[in-house]
Design a protein around this ligand. Structure first.
Ligand SMILES: NC(=O)c1ccc[n+]([C@@H]2O[C@H](COP(=O)([O-])OP(=O)(O)OC[C@H]3O[C@@H](n4cnc5c(N)ncnc54)[C@H](O)[C@@H]3O)[C@@H](O)[C@H]2O)c1
Length: 257
């Protein structure tokens, strides 16, 4: 299948680690030109170093700062001449029982997981409308589709991302714009590994709850991202796609230990 990503210009946020880093490799392998964005400049440099310098550029930025997001989009356009895919992937949770969640953490979680996605829409939409084409892709979460203990604020932010992408798809689908969301399930990425380490047998217990029998990988999500951003997905618009080994499809059952 021809994906049509050769030479497409893609911004990926959170590109230094986990899902973003796997996506950076996957888009580069398809011949896309990528502005790789992360707040962690050193880790970002290491991620970009292994990829062709003419096609992949590092851009250190804090996506919770609207001015830095404007500069990020301007840098992609100045470097590569256009912007085809805005992949807002940077994000993260602060798992906390809701009654203990402070307001400062509430604001931090919203800023990273929802405000930043809107800032990217605000900055990139005029560029894409002028081109008559463009694709927004955002990493939501299973916690944005269903509820998870200790993730009330994160889940609200990630549900907001799904709603925002649907609105963009609906409002601008007739002007060549697509906007979709990926909702990863339980993932084997650095922050989750660290969190699972705080529970007895956390990794194995978590994996047993996934019908497909394992945690997801960055590559699982990256393959979905590449497809959704590609011309092969031109009629997929406003979708929230779970990539979670069927976690979203499972009902509670006494047969699950
Ligand atoms: N890991 C999971 O289980 C899981 C599940 C569902 C959804 N997600 C979502 O997937 C996305 C990627 O998560 P991951 O697991 O790959 O995490 P990760 O921590 O491995 O990668 C996140 C990257 O985002 C960067 N980042 C953080 N704050 C930033 C900021 N203000 N500006 C720019 N970059 C910033 C970090 O430096 C890091 O490199 C996030 O949106 C997360 O919420 C993850």
């Amino acid at each position: 299948m021809e994906l049509g990503l050769q030479d497409k210009v893609v911004i990926i946020t959170g590109a230094a680690s986990g899902i973003g880093r796997a996506s950076l490799r996957a888009f580069a392998a398809e011949g896309a030109r990528v502005l790789a964005v992360d707040i962690n400049a050193a880790q970002l440099a290491a991620a970009v170093e292994e990829l062709p310098a003419a096609r992949v550029k590092a851009h250190a930025a804090d996506v919770t700062d609207a001015d830095q997001v404007q500069t990020m989009v301007a840098h992609a356009v100045a470097s590569f001449g256009r912007l085809d895919v805005m992949f807002s992937n940077a994000g993260g949770a602060i798992p906390t029982p809701t009654e203990q969640q402070g307001l400062a953490d509430y604001r931090r979680i919203m800023a990273l997981n929802l405000d930043a996605v809107y800032y990217a829409v605000h900055a990139a939409l005029p560029v894409m409308l002028a081109q008559g084409s463009g694709c927004f892709l955002s990493t939501s979460s299973g916690a944005g589709m269903n509820a998870a203990t200790g993730l009330a604020v994160y889940g609200a932010a990630k549900a907001g991302v799904i709603s925002l992408m649907r609105s963009i798809a609906t409002e601008y689908g007739g002007r060549g714009i697509r906007a979709n969301t990926i909702a990863p399930g339980p993932m084997d990425t650095p922050p989750v590994r660290a969190w699972l380490g705080t529970f007895d047998d956390g990794l194995a217990r978590f994996a047993r709850q996934v019908p497909s029998g394992r945690l997801g990988t960055g590559e699982d999500i990256a393959r979905a991202a590449v497809f959704l951003a590609s011309d092969a997905a031109e009629f997929i618009n406003g979708a929230a796609v779970p990539v979670d080994g069927a976690v979203h499809a499972r009902l509670a059952s006494p047969q699950i230990d």
